[in-house]
Design a protein around this ligand. Structure first.
Ligand SMILES: NC(=O)c1ccc[n+]([C@@H]2O[C@H](COP(=O)([O-])OP(=O)(O)OC[C@H]3O[C@@H](n4cnc5c(N)ncnc54)[C@H](OP(=O)(O)O)[C@@H]3O)[C@@H](O)[C@H]2O)c1
Length: 311
């Protein structure tokens, strides 16, 4: 079976590498010279190779699991030395879409294979045998699809993917991923929880109570939503919660909210978000967000509660 070389040992890469190794799928990790991750990867029992060393170029498939903004630099340096027909796997369509790698490096096969999970959960759910999904695209793969599809299915099973992988395109995956981050997963959910936590505490609730209501219970209720599906979920909740849910839905999910959501998607589609990204310092934003949450009462309460061992 074709071995996979995983480039990087970060969030996704670590989970991919460990899941594949534990499943007996042929895998190794490739790191840049002097990488601080080298020790950790080797200590996990993984084969490690240096990017740019002679042995690096002798594989058929490479998963580019470095940050999206680093893909262009990697391919510029390494693509000319990779054997024609080598497969480059992307866990997100963003970089290929922006740089048109399929045209620049047309001697390579560019394949999307995107587990729909943050890296840490890819590992945890694999260990728990939980549910994991993935999507893929072969739109830039030239040649018979059957063999690569069979290999992707084996890769998926070895990673712990038990829903799909489902076919999509680089573009649809990229738009959906950016949109879900902006409209729901990384904005609405944490910030709505944070706002509600603060309102409750300001109105006299104990921080611990507000923490459980607005943060910890979020996980438990989302687990139920995902496990049971929306219809059964609404059958499960109490009459008070049901009536309250309808009231909140009517008050909060307004035409203005829908129009704001639509504008986020429109700005992804028309390239506005990409231009904003180009003019943004990721480190600066990371610092600003860290400061905001570091000082927040919700974070302080999280720290206190998670330090306690219980009675
Ligand atoms: N974060 C997630 O959970 C998540 C979820 C869905 C999809 N994805 C996708 O998965 C891919 C990887 O994202 P990630 O968040 O897992 O990345 P990440 O954790 O930020 O990647 C860090 C790793 O990349 C290596 N690296 C950074 N720049 C490099 C360069 N120029 N050359 C070689 N290696 C370099 C680092 O090497 P050193 O060890 O040497 O520093 C480190 O091992 C992206 O396409 C992303 O969109 C990520």
């Amino acid at each position: 079976m074709m071995r996979l070389t995983i480039i990087g040992f970060g969030n996704q890469a670590k989970s991919w590498a460990l899941n594949l190794k534990d499943s007996g799928f042929p895998v190794r990790v490739a790191l840049r010279p002097g990488s601080s991750s080298c020790k950790a990867a080797a200590a996990s029992g993984l084969d490690v190779v240096e990017i740019g060393s002679a042995g690096f170029y002798n594989d058929g498939a490479y998963a580019l699991l470095t940050p999206d903004l680093a893909h262009a630099e990697f391919l510029e340096a390494e693509a000319p030395r990779l054997a024609p027909g080598s497969v480059i796997l992307y866990a997100h369509g963003f970089s290929l879409l922006n740089h048109r790698f399929q045209t620049r490096y047309s001697h390579l096969q560019h394949v999307l294979f995107a587990p729909k999970s943050i890296g840490s959960e890819l590992r945890r759910q694999y260990q728990l045998q939980g549910k994991l999904g993935a999507v893929y695209s072969l739109e830039h793969f030239r040649g018979p699809a059957a063999e690569i599809e069979a290999w992707l299915r084996r890769l998926a099973r070895a990673l712990g993917i038990n829903m799909g992988p489902f076919a999509t395109s680089f573009e649809r995956e990229t738009r959906a991923d950016l949109y879900s981050e902006q409209g729901l997963l990384c904005s609405l959910v944490p910030y709505a929880a944070g706002e509600m936590f603060s309102h409750l505490v300001d109105s006299g609730a104990e921080p611990e109570l507000a923490y459980f209501e607005c943060w910890h219970e979020l996980k438990l209720i989302v687990d139920a939503m995902v496990d049971k599906g929306p219809e059964a979920f609404f059958d499960l909740i109490s009459p008070n919660a049901l009536v309250g849910s309808e009231k909140g839905y009517q008050r909060l999910i307004t035409e203005d909210f829908r129009s704001r959501l639509r504008s986020l998607l429109a700005e992804i589609q028309d390239g506005t978000f990409n231009r904003e990204l180009e003019n943004t310092s990721v480190e600066e934003i990371r610092r600003r967000i860290r400061d905001r949450w570091h000082q927040s009462p919700l974070q302080q309460t999280f720290n206190t509660i998670n330090r306690q061992d219980g009675p």
